[in-house]
Ligand binder design. Structure first.
Ligand code: MSP
Length: 631
């Protein structure tokens, strides 16, 4: 089985924004999912360069248009690489292979008398690169580009006989309900087809930037007729017939909802005219807005995906876009919402599970887990989630696929809370039960990582390494690795927190000019001698347990370099005992002893107070031995 998937090719008059990046990320998730199922997958992306706006932008910069496009290609590739987009091929419409394909296809349509000469007179929106009818305009402007005035053009053009293909298109839609998804787009296109089709202009006269029509060299091919052919050109149309037969027809074109007409009416008609099979499916995804507004450079509401990826990394961004937006519908990005989901899904939920599993495995079993699956509820929940994941991913319901993976995470966290491994660890009679609990949560984590591999490729690979799975991540196969495995010893590795909780003040925010920062309140200063009276030292947590009947307190045994002592810390609402064992903390070592809930505390652990009193322990970015003085 093979799978050929493409995205729209981007205009290069500006850098990618979060909306264009959304399309590439979701297509990448599908391509990676197909590879995970073992299909030979070919994932194509590229740049659409013969646009008038691209030409204008190059001239504005005093650059040769091709040199400008070369430079933009590097910028696009850098962003796609930062977002871990795993395309197999990247086509540019200025490449010779594309030019050959465009001229071959145009010639074929011309020979079939599907292209004829005529006179065009009407509106043209340069930002859409589309001819517009009066009825398409609102107050004389294109609704998608209200800041741009449409041009009235009158020129001799070549036309494509689109009208001829209306009935065949309608039949194709009827016979292949899967051809255009989701259903809302399909209905839109059906209405359009039922209303009748007019022939379309496929050339522009008197322009230099573009591919000349082979049968009328002083006309260039209209940018959309040119661009659509990229999907065939990239796999050898007109240059390598054997390769073309191997990959064509494409299985899936991923495009935005604004350009489904080009992909499901114009492109299929071109293919019909050329006697070529139609792509099996076109998926028209929705818009990603920024703070409720359409993302647009000209409106100043665009967001650079590199800036978003710089905040927490590419994987959290990929997860947000896939999990929070129902694929096919519109979605929104705000920094607040992004931070909130990051904290909930990653810092607290999945990240916490990864830390708990490795901390418990280390503390209770020296990081080696024997094969001892309990085969209970967690197994059933995980297996059902894998089945849901498969169904969802096959149907391009990417958000449901992501949700299914997180159902395993939730179930594993609940399972830990119910089985209380820290209590089991106290009694030798419970050792077999503890073995089974630890094994099961590690296995649940392994399965989660397999399912998340298409969505969060790097994090999934890291989690798999931590739970002792040595399969090279690119060799994972859903059939084999996406099953609950009750066998095999596991060597667990501990590592730094994958997703430290986000602190609110680091979120980039718009700077408001009228906001003068409040002056810090006056506080009495202390001398250095006063400060030096406080003995701050590094300590390592050896044991941790809840203080009975207290919601807030944990009893810690810490190693201070010279001794072990007990400290009671008010951090139980933010940390589980097993998360703390082995952790480096900072303590006030010379505090007078005090009794808290009947337990004597010899010192105090330092923590920042967040979100209305929620503590976060002070830590170091490198290993520091117990006993070191902090000043
Ligand atoms: N060059 C044409 C496509 C030719 S395909 C043969 C084009 N380019 S584009 O750069 O304007 O858009 C590229 C893709 O990004 C399109 O699928 C478009 O729908 C999508 N998006 C543009 N803005 C978007 C959002 N705000 N949100 C989601 N997708 C968006 O159109």
């Amino acid at each position: 089985m093979s799978f050929y998937i493409t995205t729209a090719i981007d205009y290069v008059n500006s850098r990618p924004h979060l909306g264009t990046a959304y399309e590439k990320i979701t297509a990448d998730v599908i391509a990676r999912y197909r590879r995970l199922t073992g299909e030979a997958t070919h994932f194509l992306m590229g740049n659409d360069e013969h646009s008038q706006n691209v030409y204008k932008r190059a001239i504005e910069r005093g650059m040769d248009p091709l040199a400008y496009c070369d430079q933009m290609e590097q910028e696009f590739r850098a962003v796609w690489s930062q977002l871990d987009i795993s395309f197999d091929d990247f086509i540019r419409t200025t490449e010779p292979r594309h030019r050959t394909a465009v001229q071959a296809l145009a010639q074929t349509c011309f020979d079939k008398v599907d292209i004829y000469e005529g006179q065009y007179e009407g509106w043209y929106c340069v930002s859409c690169e589309a001819f517009k009818q009066e009825k398409d305009l609102v107050d004389g402007k294109c609704p998608l580009h209200p800041t741009v005035t449409p041009e009235w053009i009158r020129e001799r053009n070549y036309f494509f006989r689109l009208s001829k293909y209306r009935d065949r298109l309608l039949r194709h839609f009827a016979e292949h309900p899967e051809f255009l998804q989701p259903a809302v787009r399909r209905n839109e296109m059906l209405r359009l087809l039922e209303g009748g089709l007019e022939d379309i202009s496929v050339s522009r006269a008197g322009q230099l930037w573009g591919i000349p029509l082979p049968f009328a060299q002083d006309n260039v091919v209209y940018v959309w007729f040119d661009a659509l052919i990229n999907y065939a050109a990239a796999v050898g149309y007109g240059t390598d017939q054997a390769r073309f037969s191997q990959w064509w027809p494409a299985n899936l074109h991923i495009v935005g909802k604004d350009i489904t007409r080009f992909h499901t009416v114009v492109w299929p008609a071109m293919l019909m005219s050329a006697g070529l099979p139609l792509p099996r499916q076109v998926f028209g995804h929705g818009w990603v807005n920024f703070g409720g507004q359409r993302m647009s450079k000209s409106l100043g509401t665009s967001l650079d995906p590199s800036d978003v990826a710089a905040r927490f990394g590419a994987d959290p961004l990929r997860l947000y876009l896939v999990k929070e937006i129902s694929y096919g519908g519109d979605g929104d990005f705000t920094w607040d919402r992004y931070e909130e989901r990051y904290n909930v899904d990653l810092a607290n939920n999945l990240g916490n599970l990864v830390s708990r599993v490795s901390a418990m495995a280390e503390t209770y079993r020296g990081s080696r887990l024997v094969a001892a699956s309990g085969g209970g509820r967690l197994t059933q929940v995980a297996e059902a989630a894998v089945a849901r994941y498969r169904t969802a991913m096959e149907a391009c319901a990417l958000h449901e696929g992501a949700a299914a993976a997180f159902q395993i995470v939730d179930a594993a966290n609940e399972f830990i809370a119910e089985t209380t491994p820290w209590a089991l660890a106290k009694s030798p009679a419970d050792a077999p039960r503890l073995d089974a609990v630890l094994f099961d949560v590690a296995e649940a984590l392994r399965l989660t990582a397999v399912l998340l591999r298409p969505i969060m490729p790097r994090s999934a690979a890291e989690i798999l390494a931590r739970v002792g799975d040595r399969t090279p991540p690119d060799n994972l196969r859903l059939d084999r690795d996406g099953r609950w495995r009750a066998e095999g010893e596991r060597e667990i590795t501990k590592g730094a927190a994958l997703w430290p909780r986000a602190e609110e003040d680091k979120v980039p925010r718009e700077h408001k000019m009228d906001e003068t920062p409040a002056a810090p309140p006056e506080t009495p200063r202390i001398s250095i001698d006063d400060f030096m009276k406080v003995e701050l030292r590094v300590a390592k947590v050896i044991e941790a347990e809840a203080v009975p009947k207290s919601k807030k307190l944990l009893k810690l045994t810490v190693e201070t370099g010279t001794e072990r002592r007990t400290i009671v810390a008010g951090i139980a609402e933010a940390y589980q005992p097993e998360q703390l064992v082995g952790r480096t903390v900072v303590i006030v070592a010379n505090l007078q002893p005090a009794k808290l809930m009947g337990v004597e505390s010899n010192g105090m652990v330092l923590a920042a107070s967040l979100d209305g009193g929620r503590p976060m322990l002070v830590g170091f970015d490198q290993d520091v031995p117990p006993g070191a003085r902090v000043r």
